[in-house]
Design a protein around this ligand. Structure first.
Ligand code: G6P
Ligand code: MN
Length: 441
């Protein structure tokens, strides 16, 4: 008997890339059954029927199905790949607009867009994990759900013993860009990274001879030789948002050249510059709805209508390969190195041991064993302390329903300039998210 994999949020626009990698690598994963589970019956039907047809017609032996029945989906599962979005991109765009109108960053993981998303997602994800404990307690959950930084804090706090690994494809995507800049294969590089999710820095980029390439990268950036990095990611290469983001990341490195920054730091350290690209009439959420969402579901409809997927194909990219690589490492106990989010437990020696951090780890059948980073400098530590306090209070607010705690969390977010703005945005977001947030009192 092979393994049963479940896509939680299987109707998501992020599923196709993962579905393609699972199809290509089914044999090495010993994958025999794949279930797309979602609470959105229409989306899961579209992607489910598409995938059934596509797998069958390409000769896959994997048994594919889709369902909205969580019990049927989870029973007997070995791996759950989770990416859910309560309120869909529609709610994301509403949050973005409220923030932008009030002059602050609306990004869905940083700023108060992230705060709002966290309040929608935490209760939903904790419910799902309770179901996993009940129905398939030995299964591994690999979580891509955002805002990963805050959500992972909630997950590991509530379920310290659960088999969950919280991951993000941003570090590996940026590492791919760094590798191609140096004409190297990423697998030949060893990179050292520390921080929080969407809030971290690279300290070393060792090549196959043990030489650190970071000083070279710094010199090339500081001297003005390069002002961006070429993306390794096929899906985002042509997307103006990501083109701007990669340029902004390099520009940030030029001004803070100690360590190479994760691109998401732009929303905190240069939020005025990041906001220049924001438009209240057409936010990132709007862009995703008009683009990726439309494209994917229309293609599903076309294929279902035609009754064949023979002239259709899915694309395997970084995002799909990363999560499957991690599942592979667990199944085959490879103890390969990945960047993951886990409780610090001393990996960063001068940071809260109970806080979730994003660091490299060896992944094998026992899960992830984080790699020792040592002490971090005051600047990065200071930023992380404040961000971590914000994340923790956001989790507290989601779990207790305390308005005062929510307000305190908001005030700790670096994108919020003062009480007046913080409280106004919080109240407007609450009003717009009544159907999703816990009640705040
Ligand atoms: C990167 C991040 C994800 C995020 C995604 C946003 O992959 O690591 O956390 O969800 O970008 O992409 P989107 O196209 O939805 O703006
Ligand atoms: Mn991410």
């Amino acid at each position: 008997m092979g393994y049963k994999f479940v896509m939680v949020g299987g109707g998501s626009t992020q599923s196709p890339g993962i579905l393609e990698v699972l199809r290509q690598r089914a044999e090495e994963l010993n994958l025999s059954e794949l279930v797309l589970y979602d609470n959105d019956s229409e989306r899961v039907r579209l992607l489910g029927q598409y995938t059934e047809m596509y797998y069958r017609e390409t000769g896959s032996k994997v048994q594919v199905s889709y369902t909205t029945d969580i019990d049927a989906a989870f029973t007997g599962a070995d791996f759950l790949f989770m990416q859910i979005r309560p309120g869909l991109n529609k709610q994301r765009a509403i949050d973005e607009k409220i923030c932008i109108q009030n002059g602050v960053i609306g990004q869905e993981t940083c700023g108060l867009g992230g705060f709002s998303f966290a309040l929608r997602v935490i209760p939903a994800v904790l419910d799902i994990i309770r179901k996993v404990k009940e129905l398939c307690p030995n299964a591994w959950i690999l979580n891509y759900t955002n805002p990963e930084a805050i959500l992972s804090e909630a997950i590991y706090r509530e379920f310290p013993e659960a088999r969950v690994l919280c991951i993000c494809d941003m570090p590996i995507s940026i590492e791919g860009a760094i590798a191609s800049y140096f004409n190297k294969e990423l697998r030949d590089l060893t990179l050292s990274y520390f921080g929080l999710n969407h809030f971290g820095w690279w300290t070393h980029i060792y090549d196959e001879n043990g030489q650190d390439l970071l000083p070279q990268l710094r010199e090339d950036v500081v001297s003005g030789k390069i002002d961006t990095l070429l993306q390794s990611n096929e899906e985002t290469k042509e997307d103006q948002y990501w083109i701007n983001t990669y340029r902004q990341m390099v520009s940030l490195f030029k001004r803070f050249p100690d360590y190479f920054p994760n691109c998401y730091l732009q929303y905190y350290l240069t939020c005025d510059e990041a906001m220049k690209h924001d438009s209240v009439d057409f936010t990132r959420g709007d862009y995703v709805m008009q683009g990726r969402e439309k494209r994917i579901y229309e293609e599903c409809r076309r294929v279902i209508q035609a009754g064949t997927a023979k002239d259709s194909s899915l694309h395997a990219g970084v995002h799909g390969n990363y999560i499957v690589d991690i599942a592979y490492a667990i199944i085959h106990n490879t103890r390969e190195r990945f960047t993951v989010n886990k409780k610090n437990h001393g990996a960063i020696s001068n940071f809260d041991p109970e806080a979730v951090v994003e660091v490299p780890a060896y992944v094998g059948s026992m899960g992830a064993e984080t790699i020792n980073i040592g002490a971090i400098p005051t600047f990065q530590k200071g930023l992380m302390e404040m961000q971590k306090a914000y994340e923790k209070l956001t989790v507290d607010a989601a779990l207790t329903g305390s308005y005062q705690t929510a307000l305190e969390a908001v005030m700790l977010n670096k994108t919020i300039p003062n009480y007046t703005v913080g409280k106004k945005v919080l109240d407007e977001l609450y009003e717009a998210n009544r159907a999703y947030w816990p009640e705040l009192r």
